[in-house]
Design a protein around this ligand. Structure first.
Ligand SMILES: NC(=O)c1ccc[n+]([C@@H]2O[C@H](COP(=O)([O-])OP(=O)(O)OC[C@H]3O[C@@H](n4cnc5c(N)ncnc54)[C@H](OP(=O)(O)O)[C@@H]3O)[C@@H](O)[C@H]2O)c1
Length: 366
């Protein structure tokens, strides 16, 4: 195999990682990629349909293990060959407790940084983060915002923020690529992987939640897998992105919450069977009122309702913390912005309705 450049990619079995890997390999026929995988059997199965397989070297490892759990041979090969690490692997569960989120996301990133430092030529680290490291902060969120004293809505946000700090302090060269919430694969609205947003939409569609936190001026920022994966693949290795934080977000293309609810409920109401059920829209409330609502559910003691409220509590409060993500670096480096949420929200809802109509709203509350 002749190759000019080798990289290591983590999280290549995940939603974004597999797309990023394919894009990186397609963009450079002389690139080869080590991929860190937890389960070799699962990887081999997933990789069957992977293009450019001959330039992929899977290595067993785990962010939670000392030295990433790499064998001495694998570590030596990575140290010798790798010039950049694209780090996507993470515990992406919003409900994880802080110690669990930190173990995977913060300490795991520390181990990735140690490996980058140990490489014969210290490796560039492209760290894939979330725009919601901004936590409870409101207003315009600048890409160069590196500090927050406002706290976070969940431990995932906090652990990713802490990991960003480590990357900035320790990597010889870095770029931080902060994604907004991915809700579908592309502007055609296909949904490969359901997440907390889809589960929340299902709960509201079934009329199971009477309130939604929000304020006038709340926007919903969301993106497609293809936009984010393209951005990561194009910027991870680029010299002019070094030392920059980049928001892969809708930014100005975010949709006002009220408009999003209007078009969502109109779409659902197009189905006569749904209309017949007389489901009413949730009342938009401030966070204090929403907390009272959560407490009432806790007092009632119904296990299903508690699970529903618990699942929402890990991220819906963001709707009442209005923010707009600045995307100056992204637009300058990529030459374009993200597709506006308006372009893919309804196709995404249609896809969900087709794929999920038979599913119980209780089935996937995590
Ligand atoms: N998707 C979004 O909406 C979104 C938004 C903002 C930021 N991000 C960021 O983008 C990155 C990728 O997200 P995603 O949605 O593609 O995630 P995902 O689908 O949940 O995949 C997570 C990946 O991380 C790997 N992983 C988890 N724990 C690991 C461990 N202990 N050791 C090694 N690998 C481990 C998983 O491997 P297994 O196959 O072994 O489980 C999987 O490949 C994450 O850093 C996330 O924070 C995502």
């Amino acid at each position: 195999m002749s190759a000019d450049r080798s990289i290591l990619i983590t999280g290549a079995t995940g939603l974004l990682g597999r797309d990023v890997l394919v894009r990186l390999l397609a963009a450079d026929s002389r690139l080869r990629a080590f991929v860190l995988v937890r389960d070799m059997g699962r990887w081999l199965q997933a990789a069957q349909a992977l293009a450019h397989q001959s330039r992929v070297i899977p290595v067993c490892g785990d962010l939670c293990a000392d030295g990433l759990g790499l064998t001495p041979d694998a570590r030596a090969a990575i140290r010798r060959d790798v010039s950049a690490i694209v780090h996507l692997a993470a515990d992406t569960t919003f409900s994880s407790p802080l110690d669990r989120a930190r173990t995977v996301n913060t300490l795991g990133t520390q181990r990735v940084l140690e490996l980058a430092h140990d490489c014969d030529t210290p490796a560039r680290v492209a760290y894939v983060s979330t725009a919601f490291v901004a936590g409870r902060r409101t207003g315009v969120i600048a890409e160069d915002l590196h500090a927050t004293s406002s706290g976070w809505v969940n431990a995932y946000e906090q652990s990713k923020y802490e990991a960003e700090r480590l990357v900035m302090e320790q990597a010889a060269s870095w770029v931080i690529l902060r994604s907004s919430t991915v809700v579908c694969d592309d502007v055609a609205g296909h949904v490969t992987q359901m997440n907390a947003v889809h589960r929340a939409l299902n709960l509201y569609r079934h009329g199971l939640v009477a309130m939604m936190p929000g304020v006038v001026g709340s926007n919903v920022d969301a993106v497609t897998t293809s936009f984010v994966a393209d951005g990561i693949a194009r910027l991870a290795l680029r010299d002019d992105a070094a030392g920059k934080v980049v928001h892969l977000c809708a930014g100005e293309g975010a949709l006002p919450l009220v408009e999003l609810l209007d078009i969502t409920y109109e779409r659902w109401a197009a189905n006569p069977a749904w209309r017949k059920r007389g489901i009413v829209r949730p009342v938009i409330t401030d966070l204090a009122t929403y907390s009272l609502f959560e407490r009432t559910i806790a007092d009632i003691g119904d296990a299903s309702l508690k699970r529903i409220a618990g699942a929402l509590s890990h991220f819906v409060p963001q709707l009442a913390l209005p923010k707009r993500f600045e995307t100056t670096n992204a637009e300058a480096l990529l030459g374009r912005g993200a597709p506006p949420v308006r372009d893919f929200w309804l196709p995404m809802l249609d896809h969900m309705l087709t794929a999920q109509s038979a599913a119980s709203p209780f089935a996937k509350v995590a």
